[in-house]
Write a protein that binds this ligand. Structure first.
Ligand code: G3P
Ligand code: CA
Length: 253
């Protein structure tokens, strides 16, 4: 049996690198995910959307303006147009030439090497994206009970209900930001299709953690950008911490 951590010792939590090691490298790029792996993150968190020509791409905002040298909505640009953009320089010249990755590139590079927390970002903008994500996972046999550590999550609960139907063996998470989403009644309903309740740390309390666990779900919270926030979530004994700074969650530090 694993030993219980003694007082003052950090509980083992899953260290999830938010958009990669986003504090140190351009979010949602190979540079950011590789750094997260080097920093011993347990998972990388990625945001999945779709190009005009139907390719799954990994980018957070629904436009390319903030994180590339281009402009326009993700859904209005072809993959070729997005691939020609520089997704690294905004974070520092040493990252010049980083590209917007495709979902399949990320799966192929990292599955089996590090866990992947897949956020379906604004899926309501991309009808049918659930089936497409499910197919990409199935093609790689990532839809079975496995130790490859794949989790799906979204702010869009209906999309996650659909993913649970499409991929019944893959853990599902919902992203929450308001207290009304963390009431015992709301959590009960979520637990009918989800294995993870993933709230902003602003709504995490001991009671919420207890309620989530009593429904046999796990809780992962975001987004850690300070030692204080990390220490708060260690104290709350959450199961996963989603962080721009994987080093803040590494028990060796
Ligand atoms: O994984 C949690 C977090 O990614 C949700 O917020 O806006 O960073 O996608 P956001
Ligand atoms: Ca995200």
């Amino acid at each position: 049996f694993a030993e219980e951590p003694s007082a003052g010792e950090k509980k083992q939590v899953e260290n999830i690198a938010h958009r990669g090691a986003a504090a140190y490298a351009p979010e949602n790029t190979i540079a950011s995910y590789d750094l997260a792996v080097d920093m011993k993150a347990d998972y990388i968190e990625i945001d999945v959307q779709r190009s005009k020509d139907g390719e799954l791409v990994v980018i957070h905002d629904t436009s390319v303006d903030r994180t590339t040298d281009g402009s326009g909505k993700v859904g209005d640009l072809t993959l070729e147009e997005m691939k020609s953009l520089d997704a690294g320089s905004w974070k520092g010249e040493q990252f010049a030439g980083e590209e917007i990755p495709t979902f399949e590139e990320v799966l192929d590079r990292y599955h089996g090497k590090v866990g992947i927390l897949i956020e379906m970002k604004s899926p309501e903008l991309y009808p049918g994206i659930e089936e497409q994500v499910a197919d990409a996972l199935k093609e790689r046999h990532l839809d079975t009970p496995q130790n490859e550590k794949i989790i799906l999550q979204s702010f869009n609960f209906d999309s996650m209900k659909k993913m649970d139907q499409l991929l019944p063996k893959v853990p599902i998470g919902v992203l929450a930001w308001s207290q009304s989403q963390a009431t015992p009644e709301a959590l009960k309903e979520i637990s009918e299709y989800a294995e993870w309740f993933n709230p902003s740390y602003g709504i995490v309390t001991e009671q919420v953690v207890e309620d989530v666990h009593s429904l046999d779900m796990q809780i992962g919270s975001w987004t850690v950008r300070s030692h204080e926030a990390a220490d708060f979530l260690f104290d709350m004994e959450v199961d996963a911490i989603i962080t721009d700074y994987p080093d803040y969650v590494d028990p060796r530090n």
